[in-house]
Design a protein around this ligand. Structure first.
Ligand code: CU
Length: 159
């Protein structure tokens, strides 16, 4: 293999590495979104959820105000809460992402609820999700679909 071929292959490898890195950590303005995933849907279930971590290393407060995806009819920002010993969830208008904070959307807490899935979410697949922040604007994530029970890297330490 000549030198040029090697350089060419090295360039391809770097490009692939950059794409992989990009899919793991997505920038929205100066915000970072990491560890996104959606659990595979069960049977013919028409709803699911999406989780991720938002990192605001800036000195400016921000807010997640909405989300949308072609994978579902509707994507809503939700939170879980306990009422009379029963776990319920409800829509929230916005999620604060204060300056210098790390905000986690995780099972049992805040999440993006997906209603009316266009197709079942299959383990190993992925879909695009747009997140709209008040200041940072819109970011598009490629959300990987993981098996039921998948844990985020941060989850154990914050549970
Ligand atoms: Cu929900």
């Amino acid at each position: 293999m000549n030198r040029y071929k090697i350089q060419f292959l090295a360039a391809i490898a770097l490009t692939i590495a950059a794409i992989v890195a990009f899919s793991m950590s997505v920038l929205a303005g100066n915000l970072k979104v990491e560890q996104s995933f959606a659990p595979a849907s069960i049977g013919a279930a028409k709803s699911s959820a999406t989780y991720f971590v938002i990192i605001n290393d800036t000195s400016t407060d921000d807010k997640l105000v909405s989300a949308s995806t072609k994978a579902a009819r509707k994507a809503e920002l939700h939170n879980h809460f306990m009422e009379n010993g029963v776990m319920k969830m409800r829509k929230v208008e916005a999620l604060d992402v204060p300056a210098g904070s790390r905000v986690m959307l995780k099972p049992g807490g805040h999440h993006i609820m997906l209603f009316g899935l266009q197709a079942p979410l299959r383990d190993g697949g992925s879909f695009e999700l747009q997140l709209n922040f008040e200041r940072a604007g819109t970011v598009t994530l490629q959300v990987p679909i993981k098996p039921q029970g998948h844990k985020m890297t941060d989850q154990k330490s914050t549970e």
